[in-house]
Design a protein around this ligand. Structure first.
Ligand code: SAJ
Length: 425
């Protein structure tokens, strides 16, 4: 049995590797030749703990290889991006491109699984798209046409813990038909030790979107509290710590905004599907999206007393701690806005997980990548944007005489009131 995994990114490659190390013959497909070459060398083109050993092992066992052409297979797992457009609707063009690769290979009885996070009914769209290209095939065997099984199995792994969560998380599989759901369940049972929960495709699509919206709404609550706390001149982290002692209260942590490809995106798919009804979900998105602007304003105020040539260190570009993933990271927007709004200031960026500035920053004359200690040592204002371990352990002596804007609360102990308002140490 061969499984083709289409899209060798943050989700597709771990899924391909874990299937392969569990004895399945896996062919990974990607449009990017560099990715294909890296995988065939047993290498991983991005940082994810433990993924490297799985890929190297699977490739050397001969169970995993990569190619740019979609092969014939008994099951296809589509794990391509589903970005959103300016109007917040989902761009399904990558799914359609994957479908065009799969369609000519089908003979009947194959299982096609959509794993990409998708708006409601995207799995049906994929099925209809493939069946329009292949009218000789069917969903249900009508008229004796060979059947293709379609299912949605959203991934719910946390970047940084992917190889653990792929195995241990419960998994939702939603079939357009119950036969498709059962086939998908059997495939995931190869490596998934969690419960495999069977439902229909649209409920599975919504379950994934709802999980991330739940988190977005709760982070928005924390972010709103941080802005309120600043106005009331209290420490938001202390406030949350105390409130969380209540047995039924569990407030999340405020930050510079919400990043990553999922939580900042998925709620919009719900809003687009039910715009009038999605009031809270939309507001949460707006609260989280406006947080970076608020942080920029805090930094601007902090920099004022150091004059127009102030030096600002921004610590972190990743969208969260201890990873190299910069997708939709609020830290990038904040750093860019600081560079633009304070054109005579110098912005020193410390991001231990990257070797070069991303494109969005590289063309700015007053932005420079520096190591953590140098950035802090030179800076008048130090802005914590990501709670990387490296930043948590900086020598507090380095911070003397500097204004601090700590959006993650990692230096609470160092400051009397370790909040987002600028504090001069
Ligand atoms: N964040 C906060 N405060 C918090 C928690 C997170 O500001 O208390 C921020 C983070 O800094 C980051 C963003 O939210 O910018 C998202 O981080 P995250 O760790 O909450 O989530 P992701 O995007 O890494 O992964 C999420 C997970 N979903 C849920 O926890 C419901 C993961 O399980 C999903 O698989 C993933 O989205 C996905 O691919 O959808």
């Amino acid at each position: 049995k061969t499984v083709a995994v289409i899209g060798l990114g943050y989700i597709g490659l771990p899924t391909a590797a874990i299937l392969a190390t569990n004895g399945i013959n896996v062919i990974g497909v990607d449009v990017n030749q560099n990715t294909v070459d890296a995988v065939n060398r047993g290498e991983v083109p991005f940082v994810e703990p433990d993924l490297g050993v799985h890929v190297a092992g699977a490739v050397s066992q001969g169970n995993l290889r990569a190619t740019t052409e979609t092969p014939a297979a008994q099951a296809y797992i589509v794990a391509v991006p589903t970005p959103f457009r300016e109007d917040h609707s989902a761009d399904l063009s990558y799914i359609e491109a994957a479908a065009r690769g799969i369609a000519p290979q089908l003979v009947g009885d194959e299982l096609v699984i959509l794993e990409s996070t998708s708006p409601p009914r995207a799995t049906r769209h994929l099925a209809e798209y493939i069946l329009a290209l292949r009218p000789d095939l069917s969903l249900d065997g009508a008229g004796g046409a060979p059947v293709i099984h379609f299912a949605h199995c959203p991934e719910r792994v946390l970047p940084g813990r992917v190889m653990i969560e792929l195995v241990t998380n419960d998994r939702i599989v939603g079939g357009i038909t119950s036969a498709a759901a059962e086939l998908a369940k059997d495939l995931y049972a190869v490596f998934c030790q969690g419960e495999i929960l069977v439902t229909d495709d649209v409920t599975a699509e919504m379950a994934k979107l709802v999980e991330n919206s739940y988190r977005d709404v709760n982070i928005a609550f924390a972010n709103e509290l941080s802005v309120i706390s600043d106005k009331l001149d209290i420490d938001v982290w202390e406030l949350i710590r105390l409130a969380n002692h209540h047995p039924r209260v569990n407030i999340l942590q405020p930050g510079p905004g919400v990043g990553g490809h999922c939580i900042a995106v998925d709620p919009w798919f719900i809003v687009a599907a039910a715009p009038t009804e999605s009031k809270l979900i939309r507001t949460a998105r707006e609260v989280n999206d406006s947080k970076p602007e608020w942080v920029v304003e805090q930094v601007r105020k902090a920099a004022e007393s150091f004059g127009s040539e102030a030096k600002i260190a921004t610590l972190g570009l990743a969208f969260k701690a201890n990873i190299d993933d910069l997708r939709e990271s609020p830290a990038i927007g904040i750093t860019a806005a600081l560079a633009d709004e304070l054109p005579t200031a110098k912005v020193l960026v410390a991001e231990p997980h990257v070797e070069a500035l991303p494109k969005a920053l590289a063309n700015r004359r007053n932005v420079e990548l520096a190591n953590t200690e140098d950035a802090i040592a030179q800076a008048d204002v130090v802005v914590v944007l990501v709670d990387h371990d490296e930043f948590k352990s900086v020598d507090s002596g380095l911070l003397a005489g500097k204004a601090i804007v700590d959006t993650r609360g990692i230096w609470r102990e160092l400051t009397s009131k370790g909040v987002e308002a600028a504090i001069t140490l």
